[in-house]
Unconditional design. Sequence first.
Length: 461
Amino acid sequence: MKKSGLWCSSVLVLLGLLIVRLVTLGLYPLMDTTESRYGEMARLMVETGNWLTPQFSYGIPFWGKPPLQTWMSAASIFVFENNEFFLRLPHFLAGVAVLYFIYRFAKYCRIPAMSSVILLTSTVVFYISAGAVMTDMGLTLGITLAMIGFYLSWQGKIAWGYVGFVGLAIGMLAKGPVTLVIFAVGVGVWLFWQYGFIKPWKLVWQRTPLLSGTILMLVLCLPWYIAAEHATPGFLRYFIVGEHWDRFIDSGWKGDLYGSAHDRIRGTIWVYFAVAALPWSLYLPKALYNLYKTGKSGFDRLTAFLLCWMLSPLLLFTLAGNILPAYVLPGVPAMALLIAKAWAELGVPRLKTVALSMAVLLLVTLVGLRDGPTKEKSDKWILAQRTLSLPTYYWGKAPFSAEYYSQGQVKVVKPKQASSVLPKTPYYIVVKNNVLENNTLFDQCQRQANTDEKVLLLCKS
């Protein structure tokens, strides 16, 4: 009876977390730059009917990432409606899929399954990403399937080996070859740690469908790569060499076609993990100590596998300067399993209370963001203050949120072209405050709305 009550309360906590995340998907605008960029790419895919090559802008191919996240969001708004909720919904569902497979895997490994998924759901980076228009949840789904598939295949469940290669194909379509590298780092370190440097080579052939699985992976993902290169020649060189080598080796990489490289101190990825995996990263040292102490001679093989899985993105990006906090996400499911395994007998301390606090924190954050911060991180509000019958211009550069919320109708005016581009009839223009202070061109224009950074002007020429 007691176990039944604990199960029901755990289910209610998990449902509470998921329902809060689901209903909040449409309560705030797409944020610049990442969400708005990918949201606009999905809108363009539906509008233009070009489902092969994601577009950065009309007629400009986006070579920075494969199309999976764009396909997900574009399919959703094609079937339903073009708004924030349906753009984010597929990424939420991908997160739910990750939780399902983690639950299945935990049950097989005799790890408290419900605790595992509650831990994962309520981790900061997972809770945010399970409803953000980004590539990271698709990649995490792929890595999760690949890691689970490999481990279960190693235990004799060969069919799961094919599931693992399907996961690698998903990752290849979500973020590219970095999927293979993260997987190889995690699995490779575990194999060498547990079996030495010679034995694993033979065991991999015996325990996994290596050849047929690789063929399956290539059948699923390679056709798109070939078709994308044929449609826009130069894609493969930029994507493979630029995005997967130059971007991470050179923190000041000048070849980025779609933004600017991030220059971080080497090793920052570990700090990102500690923060992004809150609140449960605080439990991790004690969890690892418990697991090491209870093992017969240190960590058992399952614990070692989960540890290598968790550390795989951190090891890969330790020497990279061009990184983002979400890069740690593929390792977070393993962290949840480790913590649940460490407290398998007694239960994770204050699990439900801490987990539910994440839902409360999200709601409080959204209330706090409604006025000031969202106006600065998205142009949805400022564009809503204009009359749609008049054209709208941006001085110098338009953010991605302006492209999305205007349905691609805003136009950019370069300072040197202003006299020839701006019309003689009434129009709106969005100008940054520091530009407006030193420019007499807009002295006769009327302020319609403003944020801390920019102002919407109505100009009647």
